[in-house]
Design a binder for this molecule. Structure first.
Ligand SMILES: [Zn+2]
Length: 331
């Protein structure tokens, strides 16, 4: 036994079923390759998390695992003392003999562990049908994909019948090497998911029976995908309209001017009329989101920005402006 499933799920040994499930869901979401990327490290981590949950969520498997773990921890400390002895006796002519004995011992341990797990599987077979677990995952889409609808390809790690032994656990009387006698393997399944146009943030899409495999003829679990609409950085949307705020100089607000605005169809030159007020809205028609034959507008809100880096000369001109203003008001 090489993996500490409790460590993998980051939970104490005496966690409740609910705690185990919560820890699993949190980590599975975080380390899902669709979210965390497709690096080898992420995939390995995600596999470990699923494997840990598969064992710890099953009463019988967990009991066997706990037993094997205790035994392993005990023999691991035992082993370290042996290694020490070995290191201080590097010239020992029995060196090779010792190594061999050690490995055989290790193999024995492994076999007995797998036999324990294996027994628990056999035990499962005489039980009544058990429905597979539901799987939860997240899919992130852009605002435009949400408006127009889209199709996403996602990869989900699932328990599948071992293709080598067909779930029989043995091949020609030997334990199947592909699934190590479990009869099933964890493998990725590709899904093409249709996301309908107009979908809302945090909507759920259910793929019936695409969750974990049912046992003993039980129904498969379902796969639930939560849709996350990415919040755009520089604008908001309202239906097909795009809402954007731009900053203009006080001089442009007073005298009028021209500013460049980035839209979906490229940069557009926006005319600021003289005497534009703070918060004033300007509509750029046809610069919104296109859907079917309709197209929205871009609605630009003008924000007058006070420059923070005024030169001495500008400040003196502002003083002059104030004097002129005060004189004008008193007249
Ligand atoms: Zn197999």
């Amino acid at each position: 036994m090489t993996k500490d499933y409790y460590k993998i799920l980051d939970i104490p040994e005496f966690s409740t079923t609910e705690d185990i499930k919560n820890a699993y869901r949190k980590l599975a979401r975080k380390w899902h390759p669709d979210v965390a990327g497709n690096s080898d490290e992420v995939i390995a981590r995600f596999k470990d998390i699923n494997e840990a949950y598969e064992i710890l969520s099953d009463k019988v498997k967990k009991a066997n695992y706990d037993k094997a773990r205790k035994f392993y921890n005990y023999s691991a400390s035992d082993r370290s003392t042996q290694t020490k002895t070995y290191n201080t006796n590097t010239t020992n002519p029995n060196h090779n003999n010792y190594k061999e004995t050690y490995h055989t011992k290790e193999n024995d341990k492994k076999t007995s562990f797998w036999e324990d797990i294996f027994k628990s599987h056999k035990h499962d077979e005489i039980k009544s049908p058990k429905r597979g677990e539901d799987i939860y995952s997240d899919v992130e889409i852009s605002v435009f994909e949400a408006v127009n609808g889209t199709e996403k390809v996602i990869n989900m790690l699932q328990t599948q019948i071992c293709p080598n032994c067909g779930g029989r656990k043995f091949v020609n009387g030997n334990k199947c090497s592909h699934c190590k006698g479990k009869g099933e393997i964890s493998a990725y399944k590709r899904f093409k998911v249709k996301i309908p146009a107009g979908i809302k943030h945090l909507s759920k899409i259910r793929l019936a029976e695409e969750g974990e495999k049912g046992q003993n003829g039980g129904r498969n679990g379902d796969l639930y995908l939560t849709i996350h609409i990415r919040e755009p950085k520089n604008y908001k949307t309202d239906g097909l309209n795009i809402l954007k705020t731009i900053q203009i100089q006080p001089t442009d607000a007073v005298l009028g001017g021209e500013v460049t605005v980035a839209t979906l169809i490229g940069n557009v030159s926006l005319k600021i009329s003289p005497n534009t007020k703070n918060g004033q809205k300007i509509r750029l028609s046809g610069c919104g989101i296109k859907q079917n034959n309709k197209v929205g507008d871009m609605i630009v809100t003008v924000e007058i920005q006070i420059p923070q880096d005024l030169s001495e000369e500008e400040i003196s001109l502002y003083r002059k402006l104030r004097q002129l203003r005060e004189r004008g008001v008193s007249n």
